[in-house]
Design a protein around this ligand. Structure first.
Ligand code: AMP
Ligand code: GLY
Length: 430
Protein backbone atom coordinates (compact mmCIF):
# COMPACT_ATOMS: atom_id res chain seq x y z
CA UNK A 1 0.00 0.00 0.00
CA UNK A 2 1.29 3.44 -0.88
CA UNK A 3 2.22 5.63 2.09
CA UNK A 4 2.26 9.38 1.53
CA UNK A 5 4.80 11.10 3.74
CA UNK A 6 5.44 14.80 4.15
CA UNK A 7 8.87 16.01 5.24
CA UNK A 8 8.94 19.54 6.64
CA UNK A 9 12.31 21.30 6.30
CA UNK A 10 14.88 21.88 3.60
CA UNK A 11 18.34 21.38 5.11
CA UNK A 12 20.94 18.63 5.02
CA UNK A 13 19.17 16.83 7.86
CA UNK A 14 15.91 16.79 5.91
CA UNK A 15 17.70 15.54 2.78
CA UNK A 16 19.03 12.65 4.88
CA UNK A 17 15.53 11.95 6.25
CA UNK A 18 14.01 12.10 2.76
CA UNK A 19 16.66 9.84 1.28
CA UNK A 20 16.18 7.25 4.03
CA UNK A 21 12.39 7.33 3.53
CA UNK A 22 12.81 7.02 -0.24
CA UNK A 23 14.47 3.60 0.15
CA UNK A 24 10.95 2.20 0.53
CA UNK A 25 9.41 1.99 -2.94
CA UNK A 26 5.87 2.13 -1.52
CA UNK A 27 6.49 5.63 -0.17
CA UNK A 28 5.49 8.80 -1.99
CA UNK A 29 7.33 11.82 -0.66
CA UNK A 30 6.14 15.39 -0.32
CA UNK A 31 8.18 18.31 0.89
CA UNK A 32 7.64 21.70 2.47
CA UNK A 33 10.67 23.93 2.55
CA UNK A 34 11.50 27.63 2.51
CA UNK A 35 13.95 27.42 -0.42
CA UNK A 36 14.37 24.63 -2.90
CA UNK A 37 16.86 21.99 -1.77
CA UNK A 38 17.85 20.20 -5.01
CA UNK A 39 18.52 16.90 -3.25
CA UNK A 40 15.07 16.80 -1.66
CA UNK A 41 13.32 18.16 -4.75
CA UNK A 42 14.65 15.22 -6.81
CA UNK A 43 13.16 12.69 -4.41
CA UNK A 44 9.82 14.39 -3.84
CA UNK A 45 6.62 13.94 -5.77
CA UNK A 46 5.64 17.52 -4.98
CA UNK A 47 7.35 20.43 -3.27
CA UNK A 48 5.64 23.37 -1.60
CA UNK A 49 7.93 26.34 -1.12
CA UNK A 50 6.84 28.34 1.88
CA UNK A 51 8.11 29.44 5.24
CA UNK A 52 8.53 26.37 7.47
CA UNK A 53 6.34 28.09 10.09
CA UNK A 54 3.49 28.82 7.65
CA UNK A 55 1.11 26.54 9.55
CA UNK A 56 -2.11 27.12 7.57
CA UNK A 57 -0.17 26.65 4.31
CA UNK A 58 1.45 23.43 5.51
CA UNK A 59 -1.87 22.00 6.71
CA UNK A 60 -3.56 22.90 3.39
CA UNK A 61 -0.77 21.28 1.38
CA UNK A 62 -0.88 18.14 3.55
CA UNK A 63 -4.66 17.85 3.27
CA UNK A 64 -4.69 18.49 -0.47
CA UNK A 65 -2.18 15.67 -1.01
CA UNK A 66 -3.74 13.13 1.33
CA UNK A 67 -0.65 12.90 3.54
CA UNK A 68 -0.62 9.90 5.91
CA UNK A 69 2.16 11.05 8.24
CA UNK A 70 4.31 14.19 8.49
CA UNK A 71 7.93 14.10 9.64
CA UNK A 72 9.16 17.39 11.05
CA UNK A 73 12.88 18.13 10.61
CA UNK A 74 13.73 21.53 12.16
CA UNK A 75 12.89 23.08 15.53
CA UNK A 76 11.27 26.30 14.27
CA UNK A 77 8.04 24.67 12.98
CA UNK A 78 7.87 22.53 16.15
CA UNK A 79 8.06 25.66 18.27
CA UNK A 80 5.38 27.29 16.11
CA UNK A 81 3.07 24.31 16.74
CA UNK A 82 3.06 22.59 13.35
CA UNK A 83 2.33 19.23 14.99
CA UNK A 84 -0.66 20.59 16.92
CA UNK A 85 -2.06 22.02 13.68
CA UNK A 86 -1.47 18.92 11.54
CA UNK A 87 -2.84 16.60 14.22
CA UNK A 88 -5.94 18.78 14.61
CA UNK A 89 -6.44 18.16 10.89
CA UNK A 90 -6.12 14.40 11.46
CA UNK A 91 -2.55 14.00 10.21
CA UNK A 92 -0.26 12.19 12.68
CA UNK A 93 3.30 13.45 13.01
CA UNK A 94 6.79 12.34 13.91
CA UNK A 95 7.71 15.32 16.05
CA UNK A 96 6.50 16.66 19.40
CA UNK A 97 3.61 19.03 19.99
CA UNK A 98 4.44 22.61 20.80
CA UNK A 99 4.12 21.87 24.52
CA UNK A 100 6.40 18.82 24.33
CA UNK A 101 8.94 20.64 22.12
CA UNK A 102 9.60 22.96 25.07
CA UNK A 103 12.18 20.38 26.07
CA UNK A 104 14.30 22.16 23.42
CA UNK A 105 12.65 25.55 22.94
CA UNK A 106 12.64 26.58 26.61
CA UNK A 107 15.86 25.79 28.44
CA UNK A 108 14.37 26.76 31.80
CA UNK A 109 11.47 24.34 31.26
CA UNK A 110 13.95 21.56 30.46
CA UNK A 111 16.01 22.11 33.62
CA UNK A 112 12.93 22.45 35.85
CA UNK A 113 11.44 19.26 34.42
CA UNK A 114 14.63 17.36 35.18
CA UNK A 115 14.70 18.80 38.69
CA UNK A 116 11.00 18.14 39.40
CA UNK A 117 11.38 14.50 38.44
CA UNK A 118 14.76 13.95 40.06
CA UNK A 119 16.31 13.01 36.71
CA UNK A 120 20.08 12.44 36.87
CA UNK A 121 22.55 14.46 34.82
CA UNK A 122 21.12 17.94 35.46
CA UNK A 123 23.85 20.52 36.07
CA UNK A 124 23.48 23.14 38.82
CA UNK A 125 21.52 25.98 37.28
CA UNK A 126 19.65 29.21 38.02
CA UNK A 127 17.05 31.01 35.91
CA UNK A 128 16.96 34.82 35.91
CA UNK A 129 14.52 37.32 34.44
CA UNK A 130 16.44 40.38 35.53
CA UNK A 131 19.82 40.92 33.82
CA UNK A 132 21.14 43.00 36.74
CA UNK A 133 20.39 40.20 39.18
CA UNK A 134 21.99 37.66 36.82
CA UNK A 135 25.03 39.94 36.55
CA UNK A 136 25.38 40.12 40.34
CA UNK A 137 25.13 36.33 40.53
CA UNK A 138 27.92 35.94 37.97
CA UNK A 139 30.17 38.38 39.85
CA UNK A 140 29.62 36.60 43.16
CA UNK A 141 29.79 33.01 41.84
CA UNK A 142 33.55 32.53 41.89
CA UNK A 143 33.63 29.95 39.11
CA UNK A 144 32.91 29.47 35.44
CA UNK A 145 29.33 29.43 34.17
CA UNK A 146 27.57 28.75 30.90
CA UNK A 147 25.33 31.68 29.93
CA UNK A 148 22.30 30.71 27.83
CA UNK A 149 19.36 32.66 26.48
CA UNK A 150 16.21 30.69 27.30
CA UNK A 151 14.95 30.26 23.73
CA UNK A 152 16.20 28.95 20.38
CA UNK A 153 19.47 30.38 19.10
CA UNK A 154 20.50 28.01 16.30
CA UNK A 155 23.26 26.56 18.49
CA UNK A 156 25.09 29.86 18.56
CA UNK A 157 23.68 31.64 21.63
CA UNK A 158 25.69 30.05 24.43
CA UNK A 159 28.73 31.78 25.97
CA UNK A 160 31.04 29.79 28.21
CA UNK A 161 33.12 31.60 30.83
CA UNK A 162 36.78 30.68 30.59
CA UNK A 163 36.27 29.83 26.93
CA UNK A 164 34.42 32.67 25.16
CA UNK A 165 34.07 35.30 27.90
CA UNK A 166 35.46 36.43 31.26
CA UNK A 167 33.35 37.72 34.20
CA UNK A 168 32.87 41.17 32.64
CA UNK A 169 32.07 39.61 29.27
CA UNK A 170 29.46 37.31 30.82
CA UNK A 171 27.87 40.22 32.70
CA UNK A 172 27.83 42.23 29.47
CA UNK A 173 26.27 39.30 27.62
CA UNK A 174 23.35 38.88 30.06
CA UNK A 175 22.67 42.63 29.69
CA UNK A 176 22.77 42.21 25.91
CA UNK A 177 20.27 39.31 26.13
CA UNK A 178 18.19 41.65 28.29
CA UNK A 179 15.64 39.06 29.43
CA UNK A 180 15.33 35.46 30.51
CA UNK A 181 18.62 33.69 30.92
CA UNK A 182 19.81 30.38 32.33
CA UNK A 183 23.14 30.29 34.13
CA UNK A 184 24.58 26.89 34.79
CA UNK A 185 27.81 25.36 36.00
CA UNK A 186 30.41 24.96 33.29
CA UNK A 187 30.73 21.27 32.55
CA UNK A 188 34.16 19.88 31.72
CA UNK A 189 34.57 16.74 29.68
CA UNK A 190 33.88 15.29 26.24
CA UNK A 191 30.62 15.84 24.39
CA UNK A 192 28.58 13.16 22.72
CA UNK A 193 25.16 12.91 21.09
CA UNK A 194 22.59 10.22 21.75
CA UNK A 195 19.53 10.33 19.49
CA UNK A 196 16.47 8.13 19.90
CA UNK A 197 13.17 7.32 18.22
CA UNK A 198 10.31 7.87 20.68
CA UNK A 199 6.63 6.90 20.29
CA UNK A 200 5.35 8.65 23.42
CA UNK A 201 6.23 5.71 25.64
CA UNK A 202 8.99 3.57 24.13
CA UNK A 203 12.42 4.85 23.28
CA UNK A 204 14.81 3.15 20.84
CA UNK A 205 18.36 4.56 20.73
CA UNK A 206 20.56 5.21 17.72
CA UNK A 207 24.38 4.97 17.53
CA UNK A 208 26.41 7.53 19.49
CA UNK A 209 27.81 10.42 17.45
CA UNK A 210 30.26 13.23 18.15
CA UNK A 211 29.70 16.60 16.49
CA UNK A 212 32.28 19.37 15.94
CA UNK A 213 30.83 22.78 16.81
CA UNK A 214 33.88 24.95 16.21
CA UNK A 215 34.43 26.40 12.76
CA UNK A 216 38.14 25.62 12.33
CA UNK A 217 40.51 22.69 12.54
CA UNK A 218 41.82 21.89 16.01
CA UNK A 219 38.48 22.99 17.55
CA UNK A 220 39.16 26.70 17.40
CA UNK A 221 37.11 29.59 16.06
CA UNK A 222 33.46 30.53 16.51
CA UNK A 223 30.67 28.06 17.28
CA UNK A 224 28.65 26.88 14.28
CA UNK A 225 25.59 24.72 13.71
CA UNK A 226 28.09 21.82 13.43
CA UNK A 227 30.93 21.30 10.94
CA UNK A 228 30.81 17.54 10.83
CA UNK A 229 30.54 14.43 12.95
CA UNK A 230 31.57 10.81 13.23
CA UNK A 231 30.36 7.51 14.65
CA UNK A 232 32.08 4.15 15.12
CA UNK A 233 31.22 0.67 13.93
CA UNK A 234 30.29 -0.54 17.43
CA UNK A 235 27.90 2.43 17.80
CA UNK A 236 29.82 3.56 20.87
CA UNK A 237 32.62 6.10 21.48
CA UNK A 238 35.91 5.16 23.19
CA UNK A 239 35.59 7.92 25.81
CA UNK A 240 32.11 6.79 26.85
CA UNK A 241 32.06 3.65 29.00
CA UNK A 242 29.21 1.16 28.86
CA UNK A 243 28.14 2.51 32.27
CA UNK A 244 28.16 6.12 31.01
CA UNK A 245 26.13 5.03 28.01
CA UNK A 246 23.55 3.25 30.13
CA UNK A 247 23.26 6.25 32.39
CA UNK A 248 22.70 8.58 29.42
CA UNK A 249 20.06 6.22 28.05
CA UNK A 250 18.32 6.09 31.42
CA UNK A 251 18.30 9.91 31.58
CA UNK A 252 16.56 9.98 28.20
CA UNK A 253 14.05 7.29 29.25
CA UNK A 254 13.31 9.09 32.52
CA UNK A 255 12.76 12.31 30.58
CA UNK A 256 10.28 10.62 28.24
CA UNK A 257 8.47 9.14 31.28
CA UNK A 258 8.41 12.58 32.94
CA UNK A 259 6.86 14.16 29.85
CA UNK A 260 4.18 11.48 29.86
CA UNK A 261 3.48 12.01 33.58
CA UNK A 262 3.02 15.71 32.95
CA UNK A 263 0.42 15.12 30.26
CA UNK A 264 2.66 16.15 27.36
CA UNK A 265 3.81 12.82 25.92
CA UNK A 266 6.87 13.07 23.70
CA UNK A 267 6.66 11.63 20.22
CA UNK A 268 9.36 12.06 17.60
CA UNK A 269 13.12 12.15 17.72
CA UNK A 270 14.73 12.97 21.05
CA UNK A 271 18.27 14.28 20.83
CA UNK A 272 20.39 14.26 23.96
CA UNK A 273 23.57 16.29 23.95
CA UNK A 274 25.73 15.12 26.84
CA UNK A 275 28.97 16.18 28.43
CA UNK A 276 30.77 13.16 29.74
CA UNK A 277 32.33 14.47 32.94
CA UNK A 278 34.35 12.88 35.74
CA UNK A 279 30.98 12.33 37.44
CA UNK A 280 29.40 10.69 34.42
CA UNK A 281 27.18 12.10 31.67
CA UNK A 282 25.43 15.47 32.21
CA UNK A 283 22.80 16.92 29.94
CA UNK A 284 23.97 19.96 27.99
CA UNK A 285 20.63 20.15 26.27
CA UNK A 286 17.84 18.18 24.67
CA UNK A 287 16.69 18.84 21.14
CA UNK A 288 13.26 17.91 19.85
CA UNK A 289 14.53 16.62 16.49
CA UNK A 290 17.45 14.93 14.75
CA UNK A 291 20.78 16.71 15.00
CA UNK A 292 22.25 18.31 11.94
CA UNK A 293 24.81 16.82 11.08
CA UNK A 294 24.22 13.86 13.44
CA UNK A 295 21.17 12.74 11.40
CA UNK A 296 23.48 12.13 8.45
CA UNK A 297 25.66 9.69 10.39
CA UNK A 298 22.88 7.50 11.71
CA UNK A 299 20.47 7.61 8.77
CA UNK A 300 23.26 6.69 6.35
CA UNK A 301 23.67 3.32 8.10
CA UNK A 302 20.04 2.63 8.97
CA UNK A 303 19.28 -0.86 7.68
CA UNK A 304 15.63 -0.91 8.74
CA UNK A 305 12.94 0.81 6.75
CA UNK A 306 12.55 4.38 8.10
CA UNK A 307 8.99 4.56 6.80
CA UNK A 308 8.20 1.48 8.91
CA UNK A 309 9.74 3.12 11.97
CA UNK A 310 7.66 6.23 11.26
CA UNK A 311 4.51 4.10 11.24
CA UNK A 312 5.41 2.44 14.54
CA UNK A 313 6.13 5.83 16.12
CA UNK A 314 2.70 7.19 15.25
CA UNK A 315 1.00 3.92 16.20
CA UNK A 316 2.79 3.86 19.55
CA UNK A 317 4.14 0.32 19.26
CA UNK A 318 7.80 0.97 18.54
CA UNK A 319 10.29 -1.65 19.70
CA UNK A 320 14.03 -2.25 19.27
CA UNK A 321 13.18 -5.04 16.81
CA UNK A 322 12.09 -2.36 14.33
CA UNK A 323 15.41 -0.50 14.33
CA UNK A 324 18.68 -1.90 13.02
CA UNK A 325 21.85 -0.04 12.05
CA UNK A 326 24.78 -1.41 10.05
CA UNK A 327 27.95 -1.99 12.06
CA UNK A 328 29.87 0.61 10.11
CA UNK A 329 31.78 3.74 11.03
CA UNK A 330 30.59 7.03 9.50
CA UNK A 331 32.20 10.41 8.96
CA UNK A 332 30.22 13.47 7.88
CA UNK A 333 32.00 16.60 6.65
CA UNK A 334 30.20 19.82 5.89
CA UNK A 335 31.34 22.13 3.13
CA UNK A 336 30.63 25.75 4.15
CA UNK A 337 31.08 29.12 2.44
CA UNK A 338 34.27 31.06 3.07
CA UNK A 339 33.66 33.39 6.00
CA UNK A 340 31.11 31.08 7.64
CA UNK A 341 29.66 31.52 10.24
CA UNK A 342 30.29 35.25 10.81
CA UNK A 343 30.45 36.59 7.24
CA UNK A 344 29.56 33.79 4.81
CA UNK A 345 30.16 34.44 1.11
CA UNK A 346 26.76 33.76 -0.43
CA UNK A 347 26.06 33.42 -4.16
CA UNK A 348 29.43 31.84 -4.95
CA UNK A 349 29.46 28.98 -7.46
CA UNK A 350 30.82 25.63 -6.34
CA UNK A 351 31.21 22.25 -7.98
CA UNK A 352 31.65 18.83 -6.40
CA UNK A 353 34.26 16.69 -8.15
CA UNK A 354 34.51 12.92 -7.83
CA UNK A 355 32.43 11.87 -4.82
CA UNK A 356 33.56 8.23 -4.98
CA UNK A 357 31.56 6.15 -2.48
CA UNK A 358 30.54 9.13 -0.37
CA UNK A 359 26.88 10.03 0.06
CA UNK A 360 26.16 13.64 -0.83
CA UNK A 361 23.52 15.58 1.09
CA UNK A 362 22.48 19.03 -0.09
CA UNK A 363 21.96 21.65 2.59
CA UNK A 364 21.72 25.44 2.21
CA UNK A 365 22.57 25.57 -1.47
CA UNK A 366 20.93 26.94 -4.57
CA UNK A 367 20.89 25.23 -7.96
CA UNK A 368 20.44 27.47 -11.00
CA UNK A 369 20.82 26.19 -14.56
CA UNK A 370 22.67 23.15 -13.30
CA UNK A 371 25.17 25.20 -11.26
CA UNK A 372 25.33 25.14 -7.45
CA UNK A 373 25.72 28.38 -5.48
CA UNK A 374 26.41 28.95 -1.79
CA UNK A 375 23.88 30.61 0.46
CA UNK A 376 24.60 31.92 3.95
CA UNK A 377 24.72 28.65 5.87
CA UNK A 378 26.20 25.15 5.52
CA UNK A 379 26.29 24.09 1.87
CA UNK A 380 26.87 20.36 1.22
CA UNK A 381 27.57 17.38 3.46
CA UNK A 382 29.54 14.29 2.48
CA UNK A 383 29.24 11.06 4.40
CA UNK A 384 31.78 8.29 4.19
CA UNK A 385 30.95 4.83 5.51
CA UNK A 386 33.47 2.09 6.23
CA UNK A 387 34.43 -0.90 8.31
CA UNK A 388 36.77 1.41 10.22
CA UNK A 389 36.79 5.11 11.06
CA UNK A 390 39.91 5.50 8.92
CA UNK A 391 38.15 4.10 5.89
CA UNK A 392 35.04 6.24 6.43
CA UNK A 393 37.16 9.36 6.94
CA UNK A 394 39.16 8.79 3.76
CA UNK A 395 35.94 8.47 1.73
CA UNK A 396 34.41 11.63 3.20
CA UNK A 397 37.64 13.61 2.94
CA UNK A 398 38.28 12.64 -0.68
CA UNK A 399 34.79 13.78 -1.66
CA UNK A 400 34.90 16.98 0.41
CA UNK A 401 38.28 18.04 -0.94
CA UNK A 402 37.09 17.47 -4.52
CA UNK A 403 34.76 20.48 -4.24
CA UNK A 404 35.95 23.61 -5.99
CA UNK A 405 34.76 27.12 -5.13
CA UNK A 406 34.98 29.65 -2.31
CA UNK A 407 34.20 27.10 0.38
CA UNK A 408 36.04 25.24 3.12
CA UNK A 409 35.66 22.22 5.38
CA UNK A 410 37.42 20.75 8.40
CA UNK A 411 39.91 18.15 7.25
CA UNK A 412 40.47 16.92 10.82
CA UNK A 413 36.95 15.58 11.47
CA UNK A 414 36.96 11.82 11.89
CA UNK A 415 40.74 11.48 11.93
CA UNK A 416 42.48 9.13 14.33
CA UNK A 417 44.43 12.08 15.67
CA UNK A 418 41.29 13.92 16.79
CA UNK A 419 39.83 10.75 18.29
CA UNK A 420 43.01 10.19 20.29
CA UNK A 421 42.97 13.79 21.46
CA UNK A 422 39.39 13.32 22.72
CA UNK A 423 40.37 10.16 24.60
CA UNK A 424 43.39 11.90 26.17
CA UNK A 425 41.20 14.82 27.21
CA UNK A 426 38.69 12.46 28.82
CA UNK A 427 41.51 10.80 30.79
CA UNK A 428 42.81 14.20 31.92
CA UNK A 429 39.47 15.32 33.33
CA UNK A 430 38.60 11.98 34.99
P1 AMP B 1 23.83 24.54 23.02
O1 AMP B 1 23.40 25.73 22.23
O2 AMP B 1 23.09 24.35 24.30
O3 AMP B 1 23.99 23.31 22.16
O4 AMP B 1 25.32 24.85 23.47
C1 AMP B 1 26.33 25.08 22.54
C2 AMP B 1 27.62 24.55 23.09
O5 AMP B 1 27.94 25.20 24.32
C3 AMP B 1 27.58 23.09 23.45
O6 AMP B 1 27.87 22.28 22.36
C4 AMP B 1 28.65 22.99 24.49
O7 AMP B 1 29.92 22.87 23.87
C5 AMP B 1 28.59 24.30 25.18
N1 AMP B 1 27.87 24.21 26.45
C6 AMP B 1 26.54 24.37 26.66
N2 AMP B 1 26.26 24.24 27.97
C7 AMP B 1 27.41 24.01 28.61
C8 AMP B 1 27.79 23.81 29.99
N3 AMP B 1 26.89 23.82 30.98
N4 AMP B 1 29.09 23.62 30.25
C9 AMP B 1 30.02 23.60 29.28
N5 AMP B 1 29.74 23.79 27.96
C10 AMP B 1 28.45 23.99 27.64
N1 GLY C 1 24.40 19.38 15.76
C1 GLY C 1 23.72 20.09 16.75
C2 GLY C 1 22.30 20.34 16.49
O1 GLY C 1 21.70 19.83 15.57
O2 GLY C 1 21.70 21.07 17.27
Amino acid sequence: MVMKLLVVGGGGREHAITRALSCNSDVKLFSVMARENPGIARLAERVFLTDETDLPGIVRFAMANGIDVAVIGPEAPLEAGVVDHLEAAGIPCVGPTRAAARIETDKAFCRRLMERHGIAGCPEYRVFQDPEEAGRFIEAYGGDLAVKPIGLTGGKGVRIMGEHVDVAGAVGYVREIGGDVVLEERLIGEEFTLQAFVDGKHLVPMPLVQDHKRAYEGDVGPNTGGMGSYSLSDHMLPFVTRRDYEEALRIMEDTVAAMRDEGTPYRGILYGQFMNTRDGPKVIEFNARFGDPEAMNVLSILESDLAGIVRHIVEGDLSPAHVRFAHKATVCKYIVPEGYPDAPMAGEPLAPGDCGDALLYYANVEERDGVLYTRTSRTLAFVGRGETLEEAEAIAERAASSVTGRVFHRRDIGTQEVLERRCRHMKEVS
